[in-house]
Design a protein around this ligand. Sequence first.
Ligand SMILES: Cc1cc2nc3c(=O)[nH]c(=O)nc-3n(C[C@H](O)[C@H](O)[C@H](O)COP(=O)(O)OP(=O)(O)OC[C@H]3O[C@@H](n4cnc5c(N)ncnc54)[C@H](O)[C@@H]3O)c2cc1C
Length: 547
Amino acid sequence: MYFSHISIGGGITGLETIISVFNKIKKDTQKLKKAKKRIKPKKITFAIVDKNPENIPGGVAYGFSLSRYGYFNNPIRLSPTQFTTWLFKKNNKKKLENYLKKYGGHTGKEWLKKNKNILFSSNREKQKEMYIPRAFLNIWMEERLIFLLSQIGKIDKKIPIRFEVKFFKGEVIAIKNSIKNHRKILFKDGFCEELNFKISNNPFKKITFNVKKKKLKSIFSITQNIGIGLPPPKQLATVKAQKNNCYIWDFYAQGSTSLLKEKIYFLNKRKKKIIAYFIGYKAGLLESLPELLQIIIKKKINIKIICSSKNLESIQAARLSLNKNKYKLKVLSKRNLNKINTAKKLYLSILKEFQISISNGYKKYDAWTQILNKNILNKCIKNFSLYQKNLYNDVYHNKVRNITRFTYPETIAAREKLSKKEILITKKESVKKVDVEKRKLVVVTKDEYHKSKKYICDLVINVSGPLDAGKIKNEIPIVKSLKQNGSIANDKGFVVSKNFELTSLKNIYIPGILARGFNPERKTIIQAILGNSNIVGQSIAKTLIRI
Ligand SMILES: Cc1cc2nc3c(=O)[nH]c(=O)nc-3n(C[C@H](O)[C@H](O)[C@H](O)COP(=O)(O)OP(=O)(O)OC[C@H]3O[C@@H](n4cnc5c(N)ncnc54)[C@H](O)[C@@H]3O)c2cc1C
């Protein structure tokens, strides 16, 4: 089957790119029609391929079932405006309340106790500081997908351009060069399956997919967009341990907090005490702690949770100082910005600004909020030479990220409560191996003095953080295949043009985390990838109209 464009991954960037291509072509042809210019007749066909169609359109982070119990790690203030405008409509606020009552678990009930009054008030400032369930972004994206499908059916008959969207289930493992402008998409197990979709009245999950009988060996397209989410962490388990049901490698994609709850309930029926080991101390650990805390207390579960990392650096609560005037930037003030012309100066200026904010009785987060509000990073990066821009993307962006990681305060509060109750135990050590001995999972660690230790565990969750795109070897076949086909990548990811097109493989676009420098301004990832996907959409639309 031949298509104009294929989105590999039916999550955020996969759908946003197609919406943007459609809107651009529609707008341009309407302009031509108005100007009474000739329009070349065309059929533009889109395919959305996902290895797990349940995730369409929210992907792993916001997909309806995978994101259950998960909250944004940024307040609404930092979310895309289009999304927040939608969220603040009265019926959507009501929908949020109903969603939390039905699907929010214990944390949902707690959330409503603390936030319901703010949600339904007219205090926009306070509302913008709320953290909401990530599944809500799926509901927004789903509305946009359904709107796209309806728009495609309503195209002005006088315009000689037709559109079509098809959906497929399949894991893409390679993109091969092929004939006449088209590339061939290859799948795991040698096939993909076309999907039917149904739109129901369920307010929380309207669109569902089911597989048609026909299997296809491959499909073809002129342009491709790759949006396959965060890479999994480094595989630390032996082959035997990987097969063990109680070792979780790719936590978010495998089912996240819902899966963990299931496993804990299962073990709780069989064990007097459960020993769980989280490899990691950052976002992956924090994600499930609020819901875990509640079930441990309410169901009186006897569990010990060990978590570890090499340096125990974590993420801080994103909490502004109360009852204080807004922090005024001292180092990164308007008149100093043109002096900041290197990546190192920018990094050091942020550090200095943080020191000053603390010495004036503020929090780092107060200063960081002002840096984001005033778009400081972008203003400085704009003045960098190409060398400094690259140095920033390859070295300093990561340094800046490490000192500016803030998250939903409830996750940090849950971690503190679990530590106080001595249920959560923190270890400064690195995990060398996860193995199976005498049918039990064993975690082998080494501490800072090179002393080894073995833990016998019932459950091991690898949340050691996503692999850098540049370091991926066999973990993601499509990434391996792109590297083999000559795409250029460094440690930080694939080298892309300003339109997010691979510099060495024309018409293949990567607007997200696999691309080097995809988010230099440290916007929220969702904000960055939606913007990038729109840039990709404009570029693809031009190509499809030209060919
Ligand atoms: C748990 C979690 C929480 C996050 N929280 C936030 C937040 O609060 N704020 C924020 O700004 N960002 C957050 N992010 C980051 C970011 O917003 C997401 O990672 C973003 O959705 C990525 O978009 P994407 O289109 O690349 O992938 P996704 O939207 O994840 O979609 C990828 C899709 O591709 C499919 N897929 C994967 N591999 C293949 C393949 N080989 N073939 C076919 N299909 C495939 C998957 O099934 C999935 O449906 C979070 C990420 C995660 C994982």
